[in-house]
Design a binder for this molecule. Structure first.
Ligand code: TXA
Ligand code: MG
Length: 309
């Protein structure tokens, strides 16, 4: 296996395969390489990075306070597609957290990611390994299409099993609240039913205005394909594809749909045609297991057609 420390010592970044999407990794104690992450992605400095850890102990060391609730969620859902936002330890640079006094932490569930994280001297920051506003990568070739081998050592860990970015929750011990900031495939129901007694579940994703205040940078991220995408959720959606459009189809099961989402959008984007057209079953709009997929599609779509249209 590749030595992550040798890659970082040579001044390059590492493309880290995880179960959600590929990440663009740099060690938390290398401000020069963290600056490269922002620069290569074209990412604004106001958008904080997720710190990836190889153990709960490492996560605890990145936090100023590690509450019983954070510990409970970590032990229940890690390694896995869940990110915990907790108070930031002094050792975590404010460049990582975009000046905030909280830090986002996650332990990915991918054998290659875990091996690399265990081999790394320190935890790594890893935003999705895509250019800012573009679709997240779900295989090594997607990363290679965006970054050069001179800048990034790509570790091929195969296709991402989950396919969309992790669920993000903020754990606030003072308020005794766990707040959903970004939906993902660890669903709200599973999280809300896992809280310790006395803690309250808050879904901040319902209110876009509230969310932009809690998760800076989030609103400006779009996950866009190059071509304009129309998402059609009307029951009476036309059976034939609009002229010049490439059809994107998703499997009916939410987990399969999440796994296929970015790949299908990328493939359709590369075909001849001036736009993309994706039809969703109207039931998906009210199905909790589709919430995270709808969240990403809302950011990707130029046109969103609902049953009342
Ligand atoms: O699945 C994932 O989470 C992937 C893989 C690579 O692990 N990573 C990922 O990173 O999606 P990124 O940078 O594309 O999205 C991270 C988001 C930011 O846009 C921001 O909204 C949120 O995490 N975030 C990071 N730190 C935060 C903080 N302290 N408070 C609130 N939100 C934070
Ligand atoms: Mg991203």
């Amino acid at each position: 296996m590749i030595d992550p420390n040798a890659v970082f010592d040579s001044g390059r970044l590492l493309a880290l395969p995880t179960e959600t999407v590929y990440g663009l990794a740099a060690p938390i104690d290398r401000p020069d390489l963290i600056a490269r992450v922002f620069a290569l992605k074209g990412r604004p400095p106001s958008n904080p990075l997720i710190v990836h850890v190889g153990s709960v102990d490492q996560a605890r060391a990145c936090a100023a306070e590690w509450s019983d609730m954070a510990d409970h969620l970590a032990r229940r859902f890690w390694p896995g597609p869940l990110t915990l936002v907790v108070p930031r330890a002094e050792s975590i640079s404010p460049v990582i957290t975009a000046g905030q006094d909280t830090v986002a932490l996650r332990m990915p569930n991918h054998p290659v990611a875990l091996a690399l994280l265990k081999a790394s001297r320190v935890p790594v920051v890893a935003p999705s390994a895509n250019l800012f506003t573009r679709l997240s990568p779900t295989c090594a070739a997607d990363v290679a299409a965006a970054f050069s081998a001179e800048d990034v050592e790509i570790v091929d860990g195969g296709r991402c099993e989950v396919g969309i970015e992790s669920t993000i929750v903020a754990v606030d011990e003072t308020r005794q609240t766990v707040t959903l900031l970004r939906p993902g495939m660890v669903g709200s129901e599973a999280l809300a039913s896992s809280l310790l007694p006395g803690w309250q579940w808050i879904n901040a994703v319902q209110s876009e205005a509230e969310l932009s205040a809690i998760a800076p940078g989030r609103m400006r991220e779009h996950y866009r394909p190059v071509k304009p995408l129309t998402v059609d959720c009307r029951a009476q959606a036309p059976r034939s594809t609009p002229e010049g459009a490439v059809t994107v189809s998703l499997p009916p099961d939410a987990r399969d749909a999440a796994r296929a989402l970015y790949r299908r959008l990328r493939e359709a984007d590369q075909q001849d045609g001036c736009s993309l057209y994706l039809r969703l079953p109207p039931t998906a709009l009210s199905d909790p297991s589709w919430a995270a997929i709808l969240n990403r599609l809302r950011k990707a779509a130029s046109h969103w057609l609902v049953p009342s249209d």
